[in-house]
Design a protein around this ligand. Sequence first.
Ligand SMILES: C[S@@+](CC[C@H](N)C(=O)[O-])C[C@H]1O[C@@H](n2cnc3c(N)ncnc32)[C@H](O)[C@@H]1O
Length: 211
Amino acid sequence: MFSATAMPANYDNSASFYDKLSRLVFGKALVNAQIWLLPRIPKNAKVLIVGGGTGWILEEITKLHPGGLNITYVEISAKMMVLSRKRNTGANQVKFINKAVEDAGLSTDFDVVITPFLFDNFTEKTLPGVFQHIHPTLKPGGLWLNTDFQLTGKWWQYLMLKSMLLFFKVLCGVPAWRLPDVGKQFSKFGYDVTEEKRFFGDFVVTRAYRQ
Ligand SMILES: C[S@@+](CC[C@H](N)C(=O)[O-])C[C@H]1O[C@@H](n2cnc3c(N)ncnc32)[C@H](O)[C@@H]1O
């Protein structure tokens, strides 16, 4: 029904330079936005990461939790996954799944779900499908950490967003032309924002949600 799996973005073509390009354009803003939420991960938690890219977030998590976590890392790009597997994950247990999250067959007992810049790969039409796959994986009362771009009315945000979407459309087949309404999905499934911080002139927003 939903075409998210029919036409998925493929970041293989950008895996070798994705992090460098991101730092060049945004400095450390995209990294800081994701790091800001990580201290909320409880000890010994079962953590799901979807769309972790090159996997640098695994090393940041390991700095805070050198062991004790049970992490499932789902990434659709084979080349991103190769890089992710090389990361230092300390004594944490990490299961790598190189599939679309929609096809990953995940359990429903995660304490924390992390979706860092995942949803901007989806359209208004395909977002509900992927959201419906991720939502049941989180335990009742669990924590969902989400980071995304947002438009707050500044002209340069619009220009940057369109340039990025065009770049990744040509290179990686990202189907989106605009940002889908992610907040609407969280509301629909009864999530409340418990913490929020904005980065890079409000262009990036990171939020913790609980149901
Ligand atoms: C915009 S990149 C962000 C990468 C990383 N989170 C970061 O901030 O550096 C989005 C990532 O999500 C992955 N991805 C896209 N759709 C996916 C899906 N359906 N299931 C799993 N991963 C997906 C892409 O391969 C890509 O690595």
